[in-house]
Design a protein around this ligand. Sequence first.
Ligand code: GRF
Length: 186
Amino acid sequence: MPDPRRVAVLISGRGSNMRALVEKADGYDVALVASNKPDAAGLQWAREHGVPTWSQESKGVAKEDYDRILSATLVDHGIGTIALAGFMRILSPWFIDRWQGRIVNIHPSLLPKYRGLDTHARALDAGDTVHGCSVHVVTEELDAGEVLGQVEVPIETGDTAETLEQRVLAAEHELYPKILREFISR
Ligand code: GRF
């Protein structure tokens, strides 16, 4: 049984949530930052901060073949919990079953509202007064697993998708480390 406190953070881009998870780690260790994009900006930050990294381009590789390679890497690093943080790739049913109940994700909406992409614009278009972010367990259905924690972010007059995104992102950086710690100790 791998140690649930050994966390792999999976990223595809800038990795600001990954950075928050590393900087605020408490009750867990980020033992690996993995990416399906070798040029993901977050990888460079992780390397500079002494966090082990792994990357392999996913484009052009069959989904489950890729996921088997990724999974073997996680096993090699003794990973017990996977935190998705801007990982722009839908995992295969095989992978989700293999790591069942051990994968969490941060999503920029108050789930079950606005699964999928463009959540900030959709909240504005709907005339919502409150938006926010959620950490949830990853299941086969997109953004639909058990919600572990949420933060509300009020929508202000004059907000654009960009200004709203910035405030939600700041809330994500507070929420994710806290909920990950709770998830691992439950
Ligand atoms: C965040 O908005 C997160 O909620 C979503 O993807 C974005 C990733 O941003 N899943 P970053 O790479 O963590 O900065």
